[in-house]
Design a protein. Structure first.
Length: 438
């Protein structure tokens, strides 16, 4: 059995690799070579990556792709996407092209408000706490002035601080529910720094507040942290076209639209389907969030909470027919940054933002909402017509051939062959074996 290690973080990178390879792999020499092969040969570039996190022993590559031809509010974009799943970029590009000559995507930012909370316990009279809070509120702003001054100069800062008495949910529970405008920054550090100062001021001022009993003077701060649920940091994107423009092979535009309405309605009323429907949306969203160096866990958590806001988990996209117009839209909360954090550190993130024309956070919200909507449209279009597997397996063919060890010439022959044959694991294996036996 392996024994625990002491001081692992203090070992050099080579020592860490040595230790992991020796204790946890069956072929330590190959493991070491593999980890080293994925280092960047430029030590300066490697150092940047080493320092993002702790205990780095290698780099983990994901493909960086671009989906072109996205017309958003009459401006053309090529959208960078980082994702491991085949078909996603192809689907995005196909959807972009589909909507390109139908007016493209129209988007609108509905709000940019971020949220943070100081959670605390107060066992006393809520009326007195409310009076105390009103008196101490100016001090909460004053004592965060050094943190907020730069943000305020650019037009952002603390928007509001509200006291919430939540003793009915949990004995003694109260919070400062605070809202912020963080402009082009995601704002996590700014918000958390403000909140920790609010907590300190609150606690210190309570100790000296004459109207409080000794018990009431002892406010117990539990934690101060931003919320990743930002229902007022909201963006909307929409595509629309005449029903006749939706003609799909065997189906008329009206029949196709009706199928899409059924599919979206199922996702609205049935959580099992809603989760998969929204997973497809997130294929587009996460890929751009990652490419632009944003926090995909924060986005995922916030978006899924929003999908449940009416009491049961439901579709993030909406569809309707108005007159002869088909309209598919999405409305999602996205707290994003285009300055600070990874955006100024990761060379490929900088490039992704350059490809997008150095967007503001608001512009990036709109681009990412579009990526989600495009992905949803592409998935629904396949699902209600040919089924998802046809296109998916075609895109997956190269992965299968690589796994089966096909040579370049075999791959070329088989890609041509499967243009008009059904791709399954068995059919690919059989076709490869046939070529190899010739
Ligand atoms: C696969 O990654 C995503 C889909 O399942 C989404 C959907 O079903 O809507 C195709």
């Amino acid at each position: 059995m392996n024994t625990p290690v002491e001081g692992f973080s203090k070992l050099s990178k080579n020592q860490k690799i040595e230790w992991v390879a020796k204790h946890f792999t069956t072929d330590p020499e190959s493991a070491k070579l593999l980890l080293e092969r994925y280092w960047n040969e430029d030590p300066e570039v490697q150092k940047v990556h080493d320092e993002f996190i702790e205990n780095t022993i290698s780099n983990y590559y994901l493909p960086f792709a671009v989906a072109p031809n996205f017309l958003i509010n009459d401006k053309l974009y090529a959208i960078p996407m980082v994702i491991e799943e085949s078909s996603v970029v192809a689907a995005a590009s196909k959807a972009a092209k589909f909507w390109l000559n139908k007016g493209g995507f129209k988007t609108e930012v509905l709000g940019t408000e971020k949220i943070g909370q100081v959670h605390f316990m107060f066992h006393g009279n809520d009326q007195k706490l409310k009076k105390f809070f009103e008196e101490v509120k100016p001090k909460l702003f004053q004592e965060t002035a050094t943190i907020t001054q730069n943000m305020e100069k650019r037009g952002g800062g603390i928007k509001a601080i509200e006291l919430r008495c939540l003793g009915d949910k949990m004995e003694g529970y109260h919070q400062l529910h605070c809202t912020f405008e963080t402009l082009d920054a995601m704002g996590a550090n700014f918000i958390n720094s403000c909140l920790e100062q609010f907590a300190k001021t609150l606690k210190e001022e309570a100790k000296q507040y004459a109207d409080f009993t000794e018990n009431e003077k002892d406010i117990e701060v539990v934690m101060s942290i931003l919320s990743n649920y930002v229902p007022n940091c909201l963006v909307r994107a929409e595509v629309s076209c005449a029903l006749t423009a939706l003609d799909e092979g065997q189906m008329t535009g009206a029949e196709f639209a009706e199928k899409i309405i059924q599919a979206v309605t199922i996702a609205k009323v049935e959580p099992h389907r809603a989760v998969t429907h929204n997973k497809g949306v997130m294929n587009g969203i996460d890929a751009v969030v990652l490419a632009t160096g944003n926090d995909f866990r924060a986005i995922e958590a916030g978006v899924h909470a929003y999908a449940s806001k009416d009491g049961s988990y439901s579709s993030l996209t909406h569809v309707k027919i108005e007159g002869d117009q088909f309209k598919l839209s999405i409305e999602i909360p996205l707290a994003l940054g285009t300055v600070g954090g990874l955006t100024s550190l990761h060379p490929l993130v900088k490039l992704a933002l350059e490809i997008l024309g150095r967007p503001s956070a608001e512009e990036l919200m709109q681009i990412i909402a579009v990526a989600g909507l495009a992905q949803n449209f592409a998935a629904l279009r396949s699902l209600v017509t040919t089924g998802i597997q046809k296109g998916h397996m075609k895109m997956h063919l190269m992965n299968m051939l690589n796994q089966m060890g096909a040579t370049e010439s075999e791959k070329e022959q088989l890609v041509a062959y499967f243009k008009d044959h059904t791709v399954t694991n068995a059919s690919v294996k059989q076709a490869l074996e046939k070529i190899q036996s010739q």
